[in-house]
Design a protein around this ligand. Structure first.
Ligand code: DON
Length: 304
């Protein structure tokens, strides 16, 4: 029997001793003030057991983790037609890289880099009646928690300094890969990134990717092949130009965000989330990456 709580306790203790905890994402001014001492872990097992430590119940900004959820909603709405507009290859480049969009005629490499997520946002706007309302309700229902919401200050703060994302959206539009106005698409995108969530909630939301498409209330939202595709994309593209490193050291499909959250899962087994707002040079949570490496090493549980 693995003693999960004592493994989490050890990981937490080790990580808390680290003096350099990375840098917060200062390009979104509202995120620049978050204390890098925050650190939490939540482990949610499919068999119903949960283990947690540290700041697991403090809300943080979901940021790019939302890209997996918008992708899953787009697959629900138009299924394989998504792949006519976004590819499924790792980019090997930073999340907000511009040159590839031009080289590849406005078709983003994958849905988890900014350009791909902006195309997915365009798909959601075209296919949802009330896009922002419907999307937050989708997430609330997955989490079985109606309190989850956008943080309007964070969305406005990102918009104010969103030069790169405006450049990306304009480039996509110039290639005809956005059907809605740039302003409308980015408004949706900045809001999806601003959603506030804690480690427990994020594991509840991602539960369906570990549980064959069924959420924590056992309602079926995605087909088996949709879940397979989403997990494959998380494994190959979830950490941008550090996706190889994450697969190599952690060995799980997962996704990070510049708010400092990381979520990863073992199909049919567990979902684990960490939050530590200090990022490494590639924009992924420094302690989160280390904690997850320790977790799969100490438990011996990974997809490999
Ligand atoms: O568009 C952006 O730059 C942010 N809203 C999200 C980027 C992000 O979280 C990248 N993750 N590591």
């Amino acid at each position: 029997m693995i003693d999960y709580q004592s493994i989490l306790d050890k990981i937490y203790l080790e990580a808390s001793k680290t003096s350099y905890k990375g840098e917060v994402a200062s390009y979104i001014p509202e995120l620049a003030t978050i204390d890098t001492k925050n650190f939490g872990i939540y482990l949610n097992q499919i068999n119903g057991n949960n283990y947690q430590i540290g700041d697991w119940n403090k809300p943080f900004s979901i940021q790019s983790i939302s890209k997996v959820l918008s992708l899953s909603k787009a697959l629900q709405l138009i299924d394989c037609d998504v792949w006519k507009r976004v590819d499924v290859e790792p980019s090997g480049n930073p999340f907000n890289f511009l040159s590839l969009i031009e080289q590849e005629n406005g078709v983003p490499r994958n849905p988890l880099i900014n350009s791909g997520a902006i195309v997915i946002a365009d798909i959601l706007i075209s296919n949802l009646k009330n896009p922002k309302e419907d999307f937050i309700n989708y997430i609330r229902n997955l989490a079985n928690d109606q309190t989850i919401n956008y943080n309007y200050k964070v969305a406005a703060s990102e918009k104010e300094k969103g030069y790169k994302n405006y450049a990306i959206a304009n480039l996509l539009k110039s290639f005809g890969n956005l059907n809605n106005p740039v302003e409308k698409v980015l408004d949706f995108y900045f809001h999806q990134c601003s959603i506030e969530i804690n480690c427990e909630q994020i594991t509840n939301i991602f539960y369906l990717f570990s549980n064959k498409g069924k959420c924590i209330q056992e309602i079926k939202h995605l087909s088996l092949s949709q879940v397979k595709r989403i997990n494959a994309i998380m494994l190959t593209c979830g950490f941008y130009d550090e996706a190889g490193e994450f697969a190599f050291t952690v060995g799980l499909p997962g996704k990070s965000g510049v708010g400092g959250g990381v979520v990863a899962l073992l199909p049919n087994n567990f979902v684990i989330a960490t939050w530590s707002p200090g990022l490494n040079k590639k924009g992924n949570s420094l302690l989160g990456m280390e904690a997850l490496e320790q977790f799969t090493t100490k438990t011996g549980e990974s997809i490999f």
